[in-house]
Design a protein around this ligand. Structure first.
Ligand code: BG6
Ligand code: MG
Length: 216
């Protein structure tokens, strides 16, 4: 029986994946190479420094640790600037309703995000009350597809992994959920979400009740 839901943030609850993409694209442009949406799939779900390393690999560049830290900080400064305009319109269709209904059903809910900006975003959009636990990039030490973020989420909810369902928009996140021994639901396009038990275009087309029954 599934008793807990663990949600990724960027691209599942809020439409911030596009701002990550814009900020990485701007950084790539400054370094003299282009970076498209196909390349961007590889950066989704992974932590900031790991994402930078993938970007540099795509651009065929390599830098010292100090320079890499500066580049990641620059990207984050731009990203946080984009977040200043964030409002309720950025909450993805069906996300709040799905969270509300999950809690009404008595399911436990956690956030499992690689982002160090997760609390900032949740606070700004008044979404903090929908989660029993928050596990984010300030707590984790290993990037998805490592299962750490979801293992910590399940622990915070006092649930065994087999009771947990993870909602993810990135392949690295689906892999992390499977590596944690959990069931994964993909939010997005099936091509980018291999291994998910189910892929939906958005949480709007799903109810927690029907999902639980489907996963029995
Ligand atoms: C993930 C995003 O949620 O967070 C990645 O999918 C991002 O694209 C990662 O790199 C880290 O985010 P932040 O906000 O800590 O730079
Ligand atoms: Mg995501």
């Amino acid at each position: 029986m599934k008793t807990a839901f663990i949600f990724d943030l960027d691209g599942v609850i809020v439409d911030t994946a596009k701002y990550h993409y814009l900020a990485w694209q701007r950084l790539a442009a400054e370094m003299g190479f282009s970076f498209d949406e196909t390349d961007n799939e590889r950066l989704k779900g992974v932590g900031r420094m790991q994402a930078l390393d993938i970007l540099l690999e795509i651009g065929g560049l390599s830098f010292t640790e100090n320079h890499r830290i500066q580049l990641a900080q620059q990207k984050n400064t731009w990203y946080v600037e984009y977040l200043e305009t964030l409002n309720q319109d950025a909450v993805l269709p069906g996300a709040v309703d799905f969270l509300k209904k999950s809690r009404q059903l008595g399911l436990k809910t956690a956030l499992g995000s690689a982002s160090q900006n997760a609390s900032l975003i949740l606070k700004k959009l008044d979404l903090l009350p929908y989660f029993d636990a928050i596990v984010d990039g300030n707590i984790t030490t290993r990037a998805k597809p490592d299962p750490e973020v979801f293992v910590l989420g399940a622990k915070a909810l006092s649930e065994p992994p087999s009771n947990c369902v993870v909602f993810e928009d990135a392949q690295a996140g689906i892999d992390a959920a499977l590596n944690a021994g959990m069931t994964a639901v993909g939010v997005g396009f099936p091509d980018h979400l291999k291994g998910a038990a189910l892929v939906v275009p958005s949480l709007q087309v799903l109810t927690p009740q029907s999902l639980i029954l489907q996963l029995l």
